[in-house]
Design a protein around this ligand. Structure first.
Ligand SMILES: Cc1cc2nc3c(=O)[nH]c(=O)nc-3n(C[C@H](O)[C@H](O)[C@H](O)COP(=O)(O)OP(=O)(O)OC[C@H]3O[C@@H](n4cnc5c(N)ncnc54)[C@H](O)[C@@H]3O)c2cc1C
Length: 579
């Protein structure tokens, strides 16, 4: 058995970023290539003992803390120049430590499109089987058996804690013509459903990418609080990395970049791989001119409505204003008993626009088709999904039932008569927005955050889509039986009625749902790709990118399952190549 030096400077593989994909790919390589030394370099600390991370009901509490890189967008003109937080985990497990634990999958056609973009071998069948390797589903009478995996390290389940008023969710959507789908992870995601959350059944803790480390052998060396400043090259071959403190680490086989959609392109550019104009402006010598780096930034946008519950319902909000009750619930959670601290927002719908109305669908499709002569391959694909035959399978709108207040206006302050009230929130997410943007460096210093411009709502389709979504959520809330649980629409509020007011609400409150992808896209180089079908960086040897940045086209689902799938598939290719 190989012996790997925990404090050495030379390893076979160096993985940059111990996040969602990074720990998965590193652990699988360690397992599959036991004679190779695998080094993971993670800038963040170990958050496995942090209650804000491991208690599901404390999801969101670590946003904006030391576990977050606290990146932000540029002022967004179509959002009244608001600066939108670009939350990213800076901790072991990366964004899988901070995410909201939705575990789902997009439609078959969306993954088959990856192959059509010039990536033979990347289609539903192969990506699906890679995704299944990540998970271990705990069966539930409320969910089916098709579409879930049972052998992976990430544990998933249907949450045992369901607020009373959330029981209205599925019947309400049925009344609006949306059928229940209990096998929504099998490539056909449409319908209304509860969905799994990535929670460990035995102790109801967050199950996330550090779980992969239990698969790794002693040949995996993990270094925390260690930030990579650049990748080093000789003769167009990656030879290792330089750390922030100047120490040089050598990779004899490969450097694997898993720093995520906002920081993998940053590191490539800091190392001389990217758009010539960007590199020259930042004073960086060009190693390889690669136009796709940092471009094609796509994200899911969200908008939210919230409703004040009748006094006989207790929501998740009670944990913020009743400290005695919160302490009791926490004690229950600590004893492993059913508790409000178990809760994750587990009610969903995935639907097309014609389920809102055929007029809406026609209107949105015609907006999407404006300027269709100058479209790139990604926009063309997204627009094709608005028409037959894809309308029946590829979702355009997601709505999440999220208990408690999670809007933009803020929970009522202590001096308000509404303080102590309970709310539920409906969160809509537009699955295929047509606005896209970029993330680029502006300086050669790793400590200067990259400039992130997502161009949110810059496309008329996106603006009309969020308006439609928030209007539709009022319709959902006003449909029985959900209509019977609340007294008042708190946000946007009943006075929002005209088209102008809805548009104003959209511009004031649209946010991201934290799914940036596409910035090192796996696509032909001439189409704007940065990596090939083996995730190898064009023009450079021994350098792969393995994280959400390689996703060429945004998907109609939350993205962690496919990030694990990408890592599993990458590990398979790497093990095959070096065995
Ligand atoms: C708040 C939030 C909620 C979300 N909710 C959901 C959800 O409910 N369901 C879902 O499916 N998806 C969700 N997502 C999205 C999903 O979690 C992410 O897309 C996914 O985890 C990204 O994985 P990744 O491997 O690409 O990057 P990350 O997991 O972010 O990993 C990147 C890692 O690289 C490290 N790093 C960066 N730069 C350096 C450097 N220079 N040197 C060393 N290390 C470095 C980072 O610290 C980090 O650990 C959410 C994301 C966020 C932020």
């Amino acid at each position: 058995e190989v012996s790997c030096d925990a404090n050495g400077t030379t390893y076979d593989f160096i993985i940059v970023g111990g996040g969602t994909a990074g720990l998965a790919v590193a652990s699988r390589i360690s397992q599959g290539l036991p004679n190779a030394c695998v080094l993971v370099l993670e800038a963040g600390s170990d958050g496995r003992n942090e209650p804000g991370i491991y208690i599901p009901g404390r999801k969101g509490s670590t946003i904006g803390t030391k576990y977050d890189w606290n990146l932000t967008s540029t002022p967004q003109p179509s959002l009244n120049n608001r600066i939108i937080p670009q939350t990213r985990g800076k901790v072991l497990g990366g964004s899988s430590a901070l995410n909201l634990m939705t575990w789902d999958r997009a439609a078959k056609a969306e993954f088959d499109a990856w192959e059509e973009l010039g990536n033979p071998g990347w289609n539903w069948d192969s990506i699906y089987s890679a995704m299944l390797k990540a998970e271990n589903f705990f069966p539930s009478p409320e969910y089916g058996e098709d579409g879930v995996g049972y052998t992976g390290p990430i544990q998933t389940l249907i949450n045992r804690t369901l607020p009373e008023h959330q029981r209205t969710w599925i019947p309400t959507m049925n009344a609006l013509g949306i059928a229940e789908n209990r096998e929504s992870l099998n490539g056909y995601p449409m319908g209304v459903m509860r969905q799994p959350s990535n929670i460990r059944e035995s102790n109801y803790t967050r199950s996330y990418s550090p779980e992969y480390l239990s698969l790794a052998g002693p040949n995996l060396i993990l270094r925390l609080s260690t930030r990579v400043a650049k990748i080093n090259f000789r003769n167009m071959t990656a030879t290792g990395v330089t750390l922030e403190d100047g120490i040089v680490m050598t990779a004899t086989k490969e450097v694997i970049l898993s720093a995520g959609s906002l920081q993998s392109p940053q590191l490539l550019e800091l190392s001389g791989v990217g758009r010539r104009g960007v590199l020259e402006k930042a004073g960086i010598e060009v190693v390889k001119e690669l136009n796709g780096v940092g471009e094609n930034l796509q994200d899911h946008i969200r908008i939210q409505n919230s409703y004040q519950l009748k006094p006989n319902y207790t929501s998740f909000d009670i944990l913020r204003f009743n400290t005695t009750y919160a302490a009791e619930q926490l004690a229950l959670w600590n004893e492993g008993k059913v508790s409000l601290y178990d809760y994750t927002g587990s009610g969903y719908i995935f639907m097309n626009w014609s389920s809102v109305s055929s007029n809406i669908s026609d209107h949105l499709t015609s907006l999407a088709n404006q300027n269709s002569s100058s479209l790139g391959p990604i926009e063309k694909l997204k627009i094709s999904w608005l028409s037959e035959p894809y309308t029946e399978t590829v979702p355009q709108l997601e709505v999440i039932f999220s208990d408690g207040y999670t809007g933009v206006k803020g929970y009522p302050p202590a001096n308000s008569s509404l303080y102590g009230a309970s709310f539920f929130t409906l969160i809509a997410s537009i699955q295929h927005p047509l606005s896209s943007g970029s993330v680029h460096i502006t300086s050669s210093n790793i400590n200067t955050p990259p400039t992130i411009n997502s161009n949110y709502l810059s496309h008329l389709y996106d603006l009309a889509a969020v308006k439609t979504a928030t209007q539709y959520m009022r319709r959902i809330a006003s449909t029985p039986p959900l209509s019977s649980v609340w007294v008042q629409e708190y946000e946007p509020g009943a006075d929002v009625q005209s088209e102008e007011q809805w548009e104003d609400f959209a511009r004031r409150t649209t946010l991201t749902i934290y799914h940036p992808v596409g910035t090192c896209a796996m696509m032909k180089e001439e189409l704007g790709g940065a990596v090939d079908k083996e995730l190898k960086t064009y023009g450079i040897k021994a350098l792969r990118v393995v994280d959400a940045s390689i996703i060429p086209v945004g998907i109609g689902a939350h993205i962690q399952t496919v990030v694990y799938g990408i890592a599993e598939k990458a590990a398979g290719m790497i093990i095959e190549e070096y065995r």
